[in-house]
Structures are given as C-alpha cells and as structure tokens.
Design a protein around this ligand. Sequence first.
Ligand SMILES: NC(=O)c1ccc[n+]([C@@H]2O[C@H](COP(=O)([O-])OP(=O)(O)OC[C@H]3O[C@@H](n4cnc5c(N)ncnc54)[C@H](O)[C@@H]3O)[C@@H](O)[C@H]2O)c1
Length: 330
Amino acid sequence: LKKELAGFSTEIDFVEDNEFPELGKIFVIDSKLKDLYPQKISTIVGNKPIYNLEVSEANKNLKNMQKILDFFLINEITREDTVVAVGGGIVTDMTALAASLYLRGCKLALVPTTLLAMVDAAVGGKTAINFRGYKNNLGSFYPANRIIFNLDFLRNLPATEFENGFIEIKKMALLKNNGLLEMITSEAPLADIIQKAIDTKLEFCRKDLTDRGVRRFLNLGHTFAHVIETASDFKIPHGLAVAKGILLATEYSRALGKISETELENISQLFMEYKLPDFPNLELAKFQNIIIKDKKKGDNVNLVLLKGIYKPFLFTDTNLQNLYNFIYKK
Ligand SMILES: NC(=O)c1ccc[n+]([C@@H]2O[C@H](COP(=O)([O-])OP(=O)(O)OC[C@H]3O[C@@H](n4cnc5c(N)ncnc54)[C@H](O)[C@@H]3O)[C@@H](O)[C@H]2O)c1
C-alpha cells in the first residue's frame, strides 16, 4: 500500500510473523523487546547492527540522540541506506529525528510495537525529542519511507499502554464520519479498527503535514490533558489524561451552546469504562502558566472543541479566566 504525504511517499504493510521483509541496514530497538519477543526480533534484525535504547521520557533527549547519530556514523550510513526503528513512540520519534538530520535525511523504516505508536506516533511524519524540560520541542516533519505493522507485538503490551493507544483511536473516531466510531461501538475486530484508525490519522496529516490546519483537530482533549499530566508530574497515564481532556472539551462545548446534551451523553458513554483522573486543583496563575508555556500555541489558547460528533472546530480562547471558571465551576 502506498500513501502520499506532502510529497513524501510511505509504503505501508501489515505482516504476519513469518512475513517480515528485509527492512534496512541498521536497527534502533527498544531494549525490552529482545526479551519479550526474542524470536521475532531475531527474524526482523538478522545479523545487522543493533542500537538498544533504554526507553523512558527522560532518555528521549539530545544526549541519546547524539548516541544514535554516532551509531549511524560508525556504521557508515549513506543517504540511500535505510535505518530502522523497532519500538514504541519514543524509539520511532527519536530514530526518525536522527534520520531526518543525518546527511540531511537518510531512508527510514518504522516498526511500531505499541498500539499508540501504530495508530499515532509512527504515522504522520512528526519526529521529536524533549529538550530543557519541554516535551517534544526539538523535532522535524519527516515521514518514513516504510511502516511495517505486526499486530502480534500487542500480545505482551501492558493494559495501560493498550489504553493509551485505544483512547487516541476513540479520539480520532469523534473527528471524522468514516465508520471508525461504529466499528468501536460494535466491537469490530481489533485489526480492522487499527487499520481504520491509521487511515484516519493519515487523512488529517495528508491534508496538513506541518500542523497548520486540520491536523490540529487531532489535539482534541490534549490541552486539558497536558495540564493534568504536568500537574501530576506525568504520573497519570497519557491515555487517561486525554480521555478526561476530551470529556472536558465536550462539556465546555456544551457550556458554550455548541453541542447538544444527547451528543455530550453519547461521548461520555465512550469513556465510561475508564477510571478517569480528577482535574488537578490549581490556582489561576499556575493553570495559566502550564497552558501558556505549552510552546506551540503562542499567547492565545487554541482549544479543539466540538459542534457535534465529527464536527471539531478551533476555538481561540483569549480569556483564560472563562475557561478556568468553567473548569472549577466558579
Ligand atoms: N510523532 C508523533 O506524532 C507522536 C504522536 C503521539 C505520541 N508521540 C510520542 O510517543 C511517545 C509515546 O509512545 P508510546 O506510548 O509508544 O511510548 P513508549 O515508546 O515509551 O512505549 C511504552 C512502553 O511500552 C514498552 N513496549 C514497547 N513495545 C512493547 C511491546 N510490544 N510489548 C510490551 N511492551 C512494549 C516500552 O518499553 C515502554 O515501556 C511519547 O514520547 C510521545 O511524545 C509521538
């Protein structure tokens, strides 16, 4: 399957364990995977050089980026060689950034191994590391030449990690009227849901690789989630923070008279099964500080709200006091 993304062409394949093609010259791999899936990793990598990355947000930094670039250099990678990332979003984000920098771009293949990386991080061409305490604030847009999906990687995925991905799928289902929501509510096979979610994400990115327009709808719930995660020192899992964020965005849309009570109830239903966190108790100044410091947004806060299911819109809130009053029911 070939997908075009703003002049980049990405080949997408779904493979079974015995169908892995030869992917590239060197591999950056989540260090946990060789113990969790020894057979599979050995099939994928063969006798090619491996860089084992110990995965954590703290390690998603410039120092490790440099080590990955050293690994490229030592192995004499040229622009025509393919480097391969096998792992979750941290490995795919970092390897993709390194691939975009090295010789101004070498070839890149991704093998996402978490649900979140499959439907989100590995798809759409964003790359990043964390820098000076800010999340994902060094990066580039560099779609992979190839993405290989092997759903058997989800076999040992911890429940929280599964939830992180599935909540992003539910988010996408609310943004586009393409059958994904029905597939989720009717409990269609997971493989079908994943394929549809990938298509949905690609659809937004194809129209807007660099995040200036429709792609921003994918941030539904994420401004609130960012506050929840930051205030909890990132102890609350991303998925649950996003689910809570989507509910708050929907309730705010309702408070502004944009969405009906019935649709609010239907959306709430989607997230009933999760034990959602409370929104943190914050002074206005702290609340403002977290939201405004979110570097990508400038002075105003652009919230994604809903005029209805499948009807996201960008709401520019210039007065955070209103939002604050809404959240804390003042
Ligand atoms: N580029 C983008 O568009 C984009 C989008 C969303 C998220 N992200 C980034 O992705 C990262 C989150 O991705 P993630 O949730 O995949 O995180 P991750 O890479 O940290 O993986 C989550 C955990 O699962 C483990 N793991 C990976 N594959 C496994 C498997 N098959 N079985 C068992 N355990 C496995 C990892 O070791 C890790 O502990 C964040 O850094 C985020 O900023 C990027």
